[in-house]
Design a protein around this ligand. Structure first.
Ligand code: BG6
Length: 485
């Protein structure tokens, strides 16, 4: 993807985890691999009072840890840092914006990207300060990190405030899962091949499972996480976006609105939960002490920043229905959790078995398509094959496409891709406001039912696949989670 010859990238939260781990390394790679970067300028902003030299020292030390040694080229890194400036800006208090305006004084005709990797409750204030300082030009864009709000009401408030300053075409709401290589490969799989589409519906598909399992706990983000929980942190965005890409109708083109129109239809087809179905079809859990890879880990309630009696969920499993012609009565099982047995993100499409078994051992369901997002990226298609020998015996084998082995080039990190998309003005992989509203509209009743019912989350031991109720949920239909790695 070609980047424009010149742009100004201003990122708020410049000393934060996201900037250090993802944004700066991503930008470094693009610098290193591009011919002419003379017109590229980046401004890191944060509240910390640092000089430019201090900031460069700090990011040099941290990025050395996050960029693999083989990719860290001293000369390229030094050249890259020359394009970075630092400003101390207090987004809430409003100090520092005049200084930013001064630095950007002659660049009104350049593309300007404001990347807000701050808490969502600062989005409106920062945008208002940007406007007041005369910094928002027709060529400006704003990138907003998730989660955007805690419910429909707060998301609406933020969107309205930001919408007073930026037009919808200038707003890039990020969901980094959409930037993952395999998620885009899912688009390629569905819309660049003709063999899957005839099978991609309720007649051939028995169930769909999406699992986003992590082995990490809440790490240093206890304060944030306890306020959100897995439903808002993972389901409202990442899981629903993956569901949209799997379930949507073919868009008329790959243009942003064509794709987002189709995703929106999926969100609108989600069957709303009622208090009864929340109880029957959703399992929420919270991790207890256990072991991951043989190492003892604390429980959620012992983590830093977590109140002793917190009832925030760190695990969710749910059965979801899409009320439309393509997917009627096909169960979609969504699952996400922290401190699980393995780190694995995958989508499993289970196809129905053969209508009548003429070969021994073929009366079960064999055909399944597994789309693996991480840790390794690839696609496996399971088919029945004859076991060599005199007897006619069959068993499932997999046709295995390992993206790492097939495409030997370095794969872009999701943030690297999305940052470049924002700079190049491609909105396809960003969420439109109506999508976000539809997602919150579906999530809110779940949260409300939990608040009224007051059931605590089910405990599960760290290093397992979550509460046993999760297996029971899917077993009710004679199914099981795919848990092979
Ligand atoms: C973030 C969530 O959006 O995604 C985190 O806030 C989660 O809680 C992370 O750990 C997972 O992302 P990835 O790319 O590591 O699967």
């Amino acid at each position: 993807m070609a980047l424009p010859d010149s742009f100004d990238l201003i990122f708020f939260g410049g000393t934060g985890d996201l900037a250090l781990r993802k944004l700066l390394p991503g930008l470094y790679y693009r610098h290193r691999d591009s011919k002419d970067t003379r017109g590229w300028r980046s401004y890191a902003a944060s509240r910390q009072k640092l000089g430019r030299e201090q900031y460069i020292e700090m990011i040099t030390a941290t990025c050395r840890r996050y960029i693999p040694a083989a990719d860290f080229d001293e000369r390229a890194w030094t050249a890259f840092t020359q394009s970075i400036d630092y400003l101390s800006i207090d987004g809430a208090g409003g100090t520092g914006f005049a200084e930013l305006a001064e630095r950007l004084r002659d660049s009104g005709q350049r593309i300007r990207v404001f990347y807000l990797s701050t808490a969502a409750d600062l989005f409106s204030t920062i945008c208002a300060h940007l406007a007041a300082a005369g910094l928002v030009t027709p060529l400006s864009r704003v990138v907003l990190e998730k989660p955007l709000g805690r419910d429909l009401a707060s998301a609406t408030r933020i969107n309205e405030e930001v919408g007073k300053i930026f037009e919808e075409r200038q707003i890039y709401r990020i969901d980094h899962y959409l930037g993952k290589e395999t998620v885009q490969n899912l688009l390629a799989l569905r819309f660049a091949n003709s063999i899957f589409e005839p099978l991609w519906h309720r007649v051939a598909v028995r169930d769909v499972q999406i699992t986003l399992a992590e082995t990490v706990g809440v790490e240093e983000r206890g304060g944030y996480f306890d306020h959100y929980g897995s439903l808002r942190d993972m389901v409202q965005n990442h899981l629903l976006q993956l569901l949209c890409i799997i379930a949507m109708e073919p868009p008329v083109s790959i243009d942003p609105d064509a794709v987002r129109d189709e995703k929106l239809k999926v969100l609108k087809a989600l069957r709303p939960f009622t208090p009864d179905t929340v109880r029957a079809k959703i399992v929420r859990g919270q991790y207890r002490p256990g072991a991951i890879d043989g190492k003892a880990v604390p429980g959620y309630l012992e983590e830093k920043g977590i109140p002793a009696h917190s009832t925030t969920e760190t695990f969710i499993a749910m059965r979801v229905d899409l009320d439309n012609w393509r997917w009627a009565r096909v169960p979609f099982y969504l699952r996400t959790g922290k401190r699980m047995q393995e780190r694995v993100s995958e989508i499993v499409i289970n196809f129905r078995g053969v209508p009548y078994a003429i070969l021994p051992g073929t009366d079960g369901d064999t055909n399944r398509l597994v789309i693996r997002l991480q840790p390794d990226e690839g696609i496996k298609l399971f088919v029945s094959a004859k076991i060599p020998g005199a007897e006619m015996r069959v068993r499932p084998v997999d046709l295995d496409l390992d993206f790492g082995k097939t495409f030997k080039t370095r794969r872009w990190d999701a943030y690297e891709r999305l940052l470049m998309d924002a700079i190049s003005g491609n909105l396809t992989l960003f969420m439109r406001r109506d999508e976000l509203d539809a997602a919150w509209r579906w999530i809110d009743p779940i949260q409300e039912a939990w608040a009224v019912q007051g059931d605590p989350p089910k405990p599960y031991t760290s290093g397992t696949w979550g509460p046993t109720a999760s297996s029971a949920l899917i077993a009710r239909e004679g199914l099981a989670w795919r848990e092979e790695t």
